[in-house]
Design a protein. Structure first.
Length: 282
C-alpha cells in the first residue's frame, strides 16, 4: 500500500497551519484530503484516517512531487475543512462588485463539467456563479433564491414580487458543489445531508450590506437550498410608497391610528407582509 511508506503520525487540528486552498473544495471533502503545506520538494497533506491510496496517487500525479501525510480523525477533518474553506468563501465575497448581472448565463454556461475536479485550480467557478446569482437577485429586487436539484436537471429560481421565476438551468452535476459551497459560507454542517439546516451569510454587494438567510432541505433529487435576501440599506418605506389604491391607503391609515384593536396582514410568501407592517410603523 502507498500509505505504508508514508508518515502516519497523528496530528491535531490546533497543530495545523492555515491550509492553502489549492485543492478544490469538492475534491477535498469527498476524498478526505487537505493541503497543509507545499514547497518545491514536498507536499504536506492532512488526511482522514480512511483516505485511499488511489486518492493519494491522484494528488501525487497532479502536483508531481512527493507527499508527506498527517492523519486526523473524521471529526477533526470536518472541523478543519469547514474552517479553512469558510475563510476562502469570505475572501471571495469581496469580488462581488466585479460581477455584472448580465454575466449570469455566460458564467453558468462556462462552468466546466466536474468530472475531474483535480484539473481545476480551485473552486473559483462555483464561487463566481454563487456571487453572480446573489448580484442578479439584488439587481432584480428578488426576495428569495431557490436552488432545486431534480433527478436529471438543476433549476435556479428567484422570487420577485411574490412570484417564483425560473432564471437558470445549470449542469445537474454542479448541484452538490453549489450546495456544499453555500453551506460552508453559511457555517452549516457540510456532512449533514439528512436533516434540514438553517444559517446566514453577511456580505456586501455593490457597496450595499445584505443579510442572506440560508435554509437547506433534503429531497429526492438532492439537497435543496433557499436563500432569503434582506437588504439592510433598502430603506424603510412609507405606506404611501407601497402602491396601494387611495381608498385602501385611507382605510389602513384610519385603522392603524385607532387607540386599540389588531391588524392582520395576510398573503403568500414574498408578497410584502413584513414590508407592509414595517411601513405601518414608519
Amino acid at each position: 500500500m502507498l500509505t505504508d511508506a508514508l508518515n502516519d503520525e497523528a496530528a491535531t487540528v490546533d497543530d495545523i497551519p492555515g491550509v492553502a486552498q489549492s485543492l478544490p473544495f469538492g475534491f477535498a471533502k469527498r476524498h478526505g484530503v487537505l493541503l497543509t503545506a507545499q514547497n518545491p520538494q514536498q507536499l504536506t497533506l492532512t488526511c482522514r484516517d480512511s483516505v485511499t491510496a488511489m486518492t493519494l496517487a491522484e494528488v501525487r500525479r497532479h502536483f508531481g512531487i512527493p507527499l508527506k501525510l498527517d492523519f486526523i480523525t473524521d471529526e477533526e477533518f470536518e472541523a478543519l475543512l469547514q474552517r479553512e474553506y469558510e475563510q476562502g468563501s469570505n475572501d471571495a465575497l469581496n469580488i462581488m462588485d466585479d460581477i455584472e448581472g448580465n454575466d449570469l448565463l455566460s458564467i453558468a454556461q462556462d462552468l466546466p463539467e466536474p468530472d475531474d475536479l483535480m484539473e481545476d485550480e480551485d473552486d473559483a467557478p462555483i464561487i463566481r456563479l454563487i456571487n453572480a446569482l446573489l448580484t442578479e437577485a439584488i439587481k432584480e429586487n428578488a426576495s428569495d433564491i431557490h436552488i432545486e436539484p431534480f433527478e436529471n436537471r438543476l433549476v435556479v429560481r428567484m422570487r420577485v414580487d411574490g412570484v417564483l421565476r425560473e432564471i437558470l438551468e445549470p449542469k445537474r452535476a454542479l448541484a452538490p458543489l453549489l450546495v456544499s459551497r453555500i453551506k460552508v459560507m453559511a457555517k452549516l454542517d457540510i456532512a449533514e445531508k439528512r436533516l434540514p439546516q438553517d444559517g446566514r451569510i453577511s456580505l456586501r454587494i455593490a457597496g450595499r450590506a445584505v443579510d442572506v438567510r440560508v435554509s437547506t432541505l433534503p429531497a429526492g433529487g438532492g439537497e435543496r437550498v433557499v436563500m432569503r435576501l434582506l437588504d439592510k440599506q433598502a430603506g424603510r418605506l412609507n405606506l404611501e410608497h407601497l402602491g396601494m389604491p387611495p381608498q385602501t391607503l385611507k382605510l389602513i391609515n384610519d385603522v392603524i391610528h385607532r387607540p386599540h384593536g389588531i391588524v392582520l396582514v395576510t398573503g403568500p410568501t414574498g408578497s410584502g407582509k413584513t414590508t407592509t407592517l414595517y411601513a405601518m410603523l414608519a
